[in-house]
Design a binder for this molecule. Structure first.
Ligand code: NAI
Length: 333
């Protein structure tokens, strides 16, 4: 099939080149994000391959359908950026990569936590200037602390296992609890807020979870709580987080995602600066670490994303069942 890859990154191109030798699709990479203006680039292609910050709202989907696009192949697990009702109306199938390495994201969450707690980011900068002072670098033992896992799907379970390995007590909350780990105790969300020293988010962004972590959630948390978000930015109300940090209601935040990230993440703004005052404010806090949605960025995960994406497209081309199709039903969110 003729495939246009929006939001292409240099890091994924070698994987596409190598793995496509088994599939023989005609692949064209563009660095642009997909939106109403750039959608015209899809003219003459059969399949649009999109990433997390591409816009797949009703207008863009209508445009793509008019241009002759037959399939939308997401290079992500999350599909909160797709208007599923519009795709249903247009009879435009959406395929995704449901799992590629839960380890990659969980391990990144732990990396953020350890960095923030042990102040590795500060120590790194200091030692490069031959400043070996330890003042202001005191952290805390993870051993014996209580960790709350919100969302016990693939990534949440991996996070739970790693934190258990550190000797933490693991509490969890999920709408549909996965009870496969006997050391993990399911509690209410309120108990997570009240009891946990570390809270790690692993739920999808939906209407239900949008701004789940808001003013009232922060006000229930322990003063020494660290919140980790490797899930989707919209789950945390950023303004409420900023207020909580200003008031020292919580100890810190480790963020791989941000609710308005599509304007900035995956691009270099070091020469221009940014207009987003909330993101800029977050970056001023010494007890906040932000990475630009890189939780998935391991060789294994990229390999799996590309392999599954190409197989999804081949299945469509060969009229095989679409095992990774996002089930679209009307009014699905
Ligand atoms: P999953 O589908 O395996 O697990 C999600 C869990 O959330 C399920 O157990 C489900 O029951 C629970 N859940 C759904 N709605 C809920 C609600 N309203 N309240 C409580 N629990 C609810 O998903 P997986 O693979 O563990 O991924 C989790 C999230 O991580 C994804 O939705 C995605 O947003 C994010 N992600 C981030 C990446 C990154 O690079 N930072 C990469 C991949 C995923």
């Amino acid at each position: 099939m003729k495939v246009i890859i929006f939001s292409a990154h240099d890091y994924e191109k070698p994987y596409f080149t190598e793995l496509n030798s088994h599939n023989n699709h005609e692949i064209f990479f563009v660095y642009n994000n997909l939106n109403l203006e750039s959608a015209i680039m899809a003219k003459g292609f059969d399949c649009v391959c999109a990433f997390v910050n591409d816009k797949l709202d009703a207008e863009v989907l209508v445009k793509l359908k008019e241009l002759g696009i037959k399939l939308i192949a997401l290079r992500s697990a999350g599909f909160n950026h797709v208007n599923l009702n519009a795709a249903f109306e247009l009879n435009l199938p959406i395929v995704r990569v449901p799992a590629y390495s839960p380890h990659a994201i969980a391990e990144h969450g732990v990396a953020l936590l350890l960095t923030l707690n042990r102040k590795i980011h500060k120590a790194y900068n200091r030692s490069r200037e031959f400043n070996f002072s330890l003042e202001g670098l005191v952290g805390f033992d993870l051993y014996n602390k209580t960790v709350g896992i919100v969302g016990t799907g693939k990534i949440g379970l991996e996070m739970a296992k790693i934190m258990h390995g550190f000797g933490c007590h693991v509490l969890a909350y999920d709408k549909y609890p996965n009870t496969s780990l006997n050391f993990m105790q399911f509690v209410s969300l309120e108990e997570i807020y009240k009891k946990c020293d570390i809270i790690s988010l692993h739920i999808p962004l939906t209407n239900d979870t949008n701004h789940l972590i808001n003013d009232s959630a922060f006000s229930c948390m322990k003063k020494n709580a660290i919140i980790i978000n490797t899930s989707r930015g919209g789950i945390i109300d950023t303004k409420a987080l900023i207020e909580a940090l200003k008031a020292n209601t919580i100890k810190g935040a480790a963020l791989d995602v941000y609710e308005e990230e599509e304007n900035y993440f995956f691009s270099d703004f070091s020469g221009k600066g940014i207009d987003d005052d909330n993101l800029a404010r977050l970056l001023t806090f010494p007890n906040v670490i932000v990475t630009g949605h890189q939780g998935f960025l391991t060789a294994e995960a990229i390999h799996n994303i590309v392999e599954t994406t190409l197989n999804n497209i081949s299945d469509f081309e060969n009229k095989l069942p679409l095992i990774n199709e996002v089930k679209i039903k009307k009014n699905n969110h």
